[in-house]
Write a protein that binds this ligand. Sequence first.
Ligand SMILES: *Cc1c(COP(=O)(O)O)cnc(C)c1O
Length: 381
Amino acid sequence: MSYKFATKAIHAGQEADPTTGAVMTPIYQTSTYKQASPGDHKGYEYSRGTNPTRKALEDCLAALENGRFGLAFASGMAATDTVLRLLKPGDEVVTGDDLYGGSYRIFTKVYEQYGIRFVFVNTADAEEVRAAITPKTKLIWIETPSNPTLKLTDIKAVGDIAKENKVLYVVDNTFASPYLQNPLDLGADIVMHSATKYLNGHSDVVMGALILNDEDLYKQLWFYYNAVGGTPGPQDAFLALRGLKTLHVRMKAHCENAHKIAAFLKDHPKVDKIYWPGFTDHPGHEIAKKQMRDFGGMISIVLKGADLQETFRIASRFKVFTLAESLGGVESLINHPATMTHGSIPKEIRESVGVVDNLLRLSVGIEDVDDLIADLEQVLA
Ligand SMILES: *Cc1c(COP(=O)(O)O)cnc(C)c1O
């Protein structure tokens, strides 16, 4: 029987503990497992590779993304690193020009030195992706909505190009979460998540995930997952599993609050520009309507006539929003991408994609929206 999203979020991968009947998956705080005779075990040998608490989380993540296999990692970057290990010197990757700063950093500062070439294009235009493909291209990596300017990439259109060219296709689904979009259903081979964000949702765990359908690819990824060992402990797996149980409730509230805040900011005299895919004049609005169930909880704004100093002053005056990196938690956060999350991207490159000094990114939480709007009102006054 196939269940709907909310039921899967609460139950998938989890059964009452067979030894005690515990309803919640126990935190299996063990590094190793007793074997009856060498090689005769219950499917668990050593916790770098397999752990029951982590397994429950992985199965739940897989169910939410409509995938067969899930892999949990100690961070989103460890998940990304594991995908990149599939590549060999000489291979090329086509990716977005508006990526999470850490993804840009691992591509250019870690993997370029091993002879892998990364080509950055505006993936919102699928034809730019097609034009960048060469016989050496092995991987397409996209992020949608992108960070922080919330550009939309047509997941299916790029997926068709990946398929035609027999190129592996990865979608970083961190910003949308599986509640809003399911890239595997639209042609992605692998969905990547920073589970630190909406999936866990409470800003108390750093974790990553990969979800996929192909068994051979799963085996290849599992090899690096175990051989390199960037896997999370059971305590964090338990917390993320608990967070997932309310993903649907939280996402609905994030989206509702973001709708109202975006409407408040749109015509505010201090706001020069606003990025939120729910506006009909957002260039990705039609794609968002096609591939997402709502528009998400992220909003970016460019402050009118503010220099770096004035932007810092405004960013430091919030009372309910917290000035901090990260996103996707129940609490509202404000971020200054140019110096915080995107500080590792050279100034000319980040400015060319709109990450200017007076841009602020809001991760709209699920507090009472009246208090959030009042906070924005006093800060912008
Ligand atoms: C945070 C983030 C990552 C990196 O994940 P970590 O859990 O911080 O390692 C990757 N992609 C996106 C879109 C992110 O927001």
